[in-house]
Design a protein around this ligand. Structure first.
Ligand SMILES: [Zn+2]
Ligand SMILES: [Zn+2]
Length: 150
């Protein structure tokens, strides 16, 4: 798979013990400010997503998963601590930390979510749409998809 310039998309952790490749389109980036993402990332979590079929983990020696809920797990590197994946199960797109992609992919930030749980030490003032937890749970994802011109 390729990005808009025809290059393949790869990424991984700081130390190289987890690497992945994406062979399809990457979704727009969503920044999640929920308490869990704040702890996992140390700030807030910005993730793109790919279909399970298009996503392949090519180096797993450092890969570890944390079961963050009954239906989801978070992937990270147990060697260097990089936060990498958010897996919601086999039928859902896999979330990929936007900062873990090699080089400078052309990705666009589409939304800030769970803004009611955001830290009080930063402002969200970039004119990107914001969803609080209630609005996000009540169809926010569908609304975003609807707005997506692709
Ligand atoms: Zn690593
Ligand atoms: Zn979150």
């Amino acid at each position: 798979m390729t990005d808009r310039s025809g290059n393949s998309i790869e990424g991984g952790c700081i130390c190289g013990a987890v690497r992945y490749r994406v062979s399809g389109q990457l979704a727009d980036v969503i920044a999640c400010h929920c308490r869990e993402c704040r702890r996992m990332s140390g700030h807030y979590y910005a993730a793109t997503a790919a279909s399970q079929e298009a996503f392949e983990i090519t180096e797993t020696s450092g890969l570890a998963w944390f079961g963050s809920s009954k239906s989801s797990r978070r992937g990270f590197c147990r060697v260097c601590g990089s936060s990498l994946f958010f897996d919601h199960g086999p039928n859902e797109p896999v979330g990929i930390a936007a900062g873990s992609i090699d080089g400078k992919p052309t990705l666009k930030l589409a939304a800030h979510i769970y803004v009611d749980e955001a830290g009080d030490y930063y402002a969200i003032d970039d004119n990107v749409e914001q969803f609080d937890s209630l609005r996000w749970r009540n169809g926010g994802w569908d609304k975003l998809r609807h707005d997506d011109p692709r």
